[in-house]
Design a protein around this ligand. Structure first.
Ligand SMILES: [Zn+2]
Length: 60
């Protein structure tokens, strides 16, 4: 079964935490929401460490 959960595409600059939604737009800021599948690794991503920490918390 395919997951339909999306996350605000611009949450890093708009929100303190990822905003998840089942629709194509963010319910908080009205911006576009993208599939929440993990993004490709980006060594220049300044938020990479933060995002990985969040993922650890989500997975328990
Ligand atoms: Zn948003």
């Amino acid at each position: 079964m395919k997951s339909a959960i999306r996350v605000c595409a611009d949450w890093e600059s708009t929100h303190d935490t990822p905003v998840y939604t089942l629709t194509e737009t963010c319910p908080e800021c009205g911006g576009s929401a993208v599939n929440s599948a993990p993004a490709p690794y980006n060594p220049e991503d300044p938020h990479g460490e933060y995002r990985r920490a969040l993922k650890r918390r989500e997975s328990g």
